[in-house]
Design a protein. Structure first.
Length: 83
């Protein structure tokens, strides 16, 4: 699987980028145009959440916290597929 090269030189795994894009789409679908407002409302560090939507800071703990904010299980998140 080819990795995407970001401006800062990091190689980003396309699977991580697919997850990042899905998180962004879920946030917008929930009515939050601003990642900052979403992060603040759900007690997530703004920078941490921004990095996740950009695909540069992924931990399972962070992902689970975001899925809890969306009230979706890990199983459902991955079962729904990616665009």
């Amino acid at each position: 699987m080819a990795k995407q090269k970001q401006k800062n030189g990091y190689n980003l795994d396309p699977r991580i980028m697919a997850i990042a894009k899905k998180l962004e789409k879920m946030r917008i679908a929930k009515g939050y145009s601003s990642y900052e407002n979403f992060a603040i409302e759900f007690g997530i560090s703004r920078m941490q959440y921004w990095r996740m939507e950009k695909g540069t800071n992924f931990t399972f703990t962070s992902l689970l916290k975001i899925l809890d904010a969306h009230e979706i299980t890990l199983e459902a998140f991955f079962a729904e597929g990616f665009d």
